[in-house]
Design a binder for this molecule. Sequence first.
Ligand SMILES: [Mg+2]
Length: 356
Amino acid sequence: MKITSINYWKEDMKLTRPYAVTYVMHDSVSNIFVKIDSNNGLYGLGAGSPSEYVTGEIMDENCQDRIPELREILVGKDVRCIAGIIDTLTARYANQPALLAALDMALHDLFCKNLGISLGKYLGSKVRRLPTSITIGLKDVRETVEEGLEYKQRDFKIIKLKIGESKELDIERCIKLREAVGNEMMIRVDANQGYSVDEFLDFIDKTRHCSLEFFEQPMTPDQVGEMMKLPGEIRELCAADENLHKTKDALSLVKMGRPFGIFNIKLMKCGGPSEAMLIANIAKTESIGLMWGCMDESIISISAALNTALACSSTQYLDLDGSLDLASDIVKGGFELNEGVLYPLLDQPGLGVELL
Ligand SMILES: [Mg+2]
């Protein structure tokens, strides 16, 4: 089952709901796409969201320029030897995790289609179902409440609230959001490195009655030593995002003595399902809970993340809302969303996506 050709291109996709993260407004998103064809008529699809800020890589200005080297690595290879091909790609694209993630998932899509099973069945579904959170960006109190009520009406069960801009405003938003949506919705928060130790402790204190589920990345990655000074029960409720990209980061967090009780794995940070499974194995060994996050991404990479997440027994939290705000995509399928729960399409081969 030989690879015969590879396509690699970029698409700009409009967002239905522009948002701000730490003062920067986003109203559209660029994703890269990969299509790998094989000599038995099957193809695999991958998508990636390179970002200098998150994945540390510059998006290829002209994707055509990279195709010759991708062709050289992939064309003629037998996709049944997927592990060896991914080893080669991992060494080559160590500093381009979103590109690597797109290639890794496209190979997995093709590999599983060749087997006639879904990626979820191939990796083994250990977790049956989980709700995803849906994100409210940095907004004022009124907009925060309005959006929260909208998500409640749309049957979402968990809100992820972006905070970290102004502590007092954050506290007010949490309190008003909790009052508005009632106690049956979960609220988790992501400070995106915005707090000092004292601000974080004060925030926790003043929102205690809001029953916040957990706290994502309260401080900057270089303040991980400060994290270690926090009480253990608080650290257990903190998720590492900017502090955790690849396996080596997971190992160094473990060696430090557990500054975070939760790891937020994103395929775009780590380089795809293969590396994600390595991080998940470390988390499992250390009894660290897993959260699976994303950026603004195509259904293709959300499906890859969902199938990988549900294959890991330490998975506790999903934050895979990245395709829900896209005004367009290049595929349909991938998963079903019902009452806030994401269901992978386990009876469809590969990632379960279909080109539009
Ligand atoms: Mg985050």
